[in-house]
Design a protein around this ligand. Sequence first.
Ligand code: NAD
Length: 326
Amino acid sequence: MAKINTRINEMLGIEHPIIQGGMQWVGKAEMAAAVSNAGGLGIITSLTQPTPEDLGKEIDRCREMTDKPFGVNLTILPTITPPPYEEYLRVAIEKGIKIVETAGANPAQLVPGLKAAGVTVIHKCTSVRHAISAQNKGVDILSIDGFECAGHPGEDDIPGLILLPAAADKLEIPFVASGGFADGRGLAAALSLGAEGINMGTRFVATEEAPVHQNVKQAIVDRSELDTNLILRTLNNTARVAKNAVSDEVVEKLNQGAQFPEIRDLVAGKRGAQVYETGDLDAGIWSAGPVQGIINDIPSCQELLDRIVADAVEIIEGRLAGFVAK
Ligand code: NAD
């Protein structure tokens, strides 16, 4: 079977250049192991674990489920209770993690320690200027996150169709495309736009192995590209989340001029975690991108990655090649 092979495969030691997004409350050992076993790069999300010690145990658990490479994500954004970020990274390094994805803030402070520990650093960001800055600071791979993404898209609102080639024009190190990717069409498009792979979040939530309630997976399948909300816009900390009673209320309150303390209890991550655990889709804020409009099933990670790669190859060798007149 033909494969897609880029610098990303080589640098990360993976079969397919497909990375699982560092999703809060979803990026647990089961998710990361399933993606890595399927030939992609699974990612454990640090802050889903209550303490750095728990992250260490989660890394151990993941190692019991896969002998393939997997990484750890550390996202630094405004939080209700600031976590000990450097402690999380210290534990990840001690546990022998060799791939770390940083996101949310400038990684300059973190890169020297990670590189000294022999870690390959992926930095996810939402603008070309931040990508150049991270490249100059010594990160190895960028994950360029267009406005289509779930979670935090930044404040520039530049979609991937423009952001990815704009990044390609300026970057020397390889990058994966993030935000709005779910299938082989997306992978082929990302490669066309200058990326060397894709990062997917919402698509991996709707898989058999994702450690979330079935209602969440089914909602992603059932809902359309219209069923999301942008919250926290007025606070300069925009997040793309699933449309529900809570995110509607947050948007309404912020539009009326509310400040963070007035919506804090609505947006609290601990409340959102209940959605994934209990399947009550209105229990709190949960993340989903508009890409759910093209997600129509709940496959295993292996089925998903095999299909994405086979479809991308077919598009490149068949459909696209068929348009070339000689
Ligand atoms: P949390 O409970 O601390 O905060 C909930 C939400 O409110 C988050 O979006 C957070 O950024 C935002 N927030 C917190 N304090 C704020 C302030 N003073 N002003 C404006 N916004 C504020 O967060 P959590 O759900 O426990 O998540 C932990 C970390 O993971 C946070 O940094 C969060 O942003 C991040 N996260 C990232 C993604 C992603 O896109 N990868 C998705 C969910 C959460």
